[in-house]
Design a binder for this molecule. Sequence first.
Ligand code: SAM
Ligand code: SF4
Length: 405
Amino acid sequence: MKYHIITFGCQMNKSDSERIASYLEKKGYKEAEEKDANLIIINACSVRKSATDRIHGKVKKIKEKPTTVLTGCILKRDKAKFSKLFDYILQSNDLAKWPLFGGKETDFFKIPPKRKGVSAFIPIMTGCDNFCTYCVVPYTKGREVSRPAKEIIEEAEKAVSNGYKEIWLLGQNVNSYNGEMTFPDLLRKINKIKGDFWIRFVSSHPKDFSDDLIRAMSSCKKVVKYLNLPLQSGDDEILKKMNRPYTSEDYKNLIERIRKAMPDIELSTDIIVGFPEETEENFRNTAELFREIKFDMAYISCYSPRPQTVAYKMKETVSDCEKKRREKILTEILKENNAEKTKKYKGKEVKVLVFEKNKKGELQGKTAKNKTVLFSGPSKLIGRFVKVKITQTSPWSLKGEIKQK
Ligand code: SAM
Ligand code: SF4
């Protein structure tokens, strides 16, 4: 009765895996290395084709035949394909009904998670109603369902009292949270929990980013002044084809309002390059806006056609090589911006949450604004806040010396 979970994809999947692990342990299973496990669970991501290819790669490597379960974000078409490779394909939120356990129905979110890392991931909602034309999530995860606010607040209180220093509120579009209160009010409530910790949230859709959310972010001290706001494209024609109901001008105005309320905020975004019919000029508009906004971080993806989505039926017009070229151009802009922007950190003292010891033996942590900081120190600091004086900066990370243990 030994289990091993392999998780692909986003924080949401990591969070689901923590609940699966906890449930298995209640049923008497013990966590083990992959080679020793007799139950292997792959928690999959289908957002890009490369993610589904990784499932193939992984399952082929599992030689001895333990029981295998595929769960997570899986397309209908892939379910048929994967059914030959796995013993079971099951939905994670139906855990109690898995034939392995034969239990009665339980509320997935009432299962206390077996937290893995330094951060406490707390899902506040599942699914998505937005149907961006490139995206599988509404098909694999279904419609938006919000968790009751009380349950979320209790989970946050528990995480803080257990010493977690970073609370992540998760949802595909947290701004449309629809529990017994609005998302900004939920932030205000969690901000009131006593203790020294940070609050982060992902993802935000620009169309639902309200002025009240800007007010809540700026007035809540524990909410980090770092925001991921997916732009996807800086070209109005492409945004329309993506079914993203805002224009580049709307996005720019929103960023202006956010920066006016929080002048020190740092911003990241998600961009897709090479969407069907994206011309050189469409891309140039994205590159221009991207340069103008000066993001501090960006997750740039080459468009990957996904079955079941609307864009899947559109003809792909941008070659893989051209997608790579566009991706590289944006990465270069980001690097240029960041090399300049991170210089301001030199000589400054920053608060860092320590995450791990890396392969070089350095401690690695993050600032509230999500900057990676490297420094030397003992492993016992993992999971704690420390003060670090920055001595070196680069586009992607900062190096420093610990000030206080
Ligand atoms: N809900 C978030 C939003 O509104 O942007 C994003 C969730 S999505 C699962 C994470 C990111 O994956 C997206 O922001 C997008 O950039 C990328 N993505 C989604 N579908 C994609 C596709 N078909 N090809 C390439 N990238 C994709
Ligand atoms: Fe996908 Fe769009 Fe929903 Fe984000 S908002 S999960 S990109 S459909």
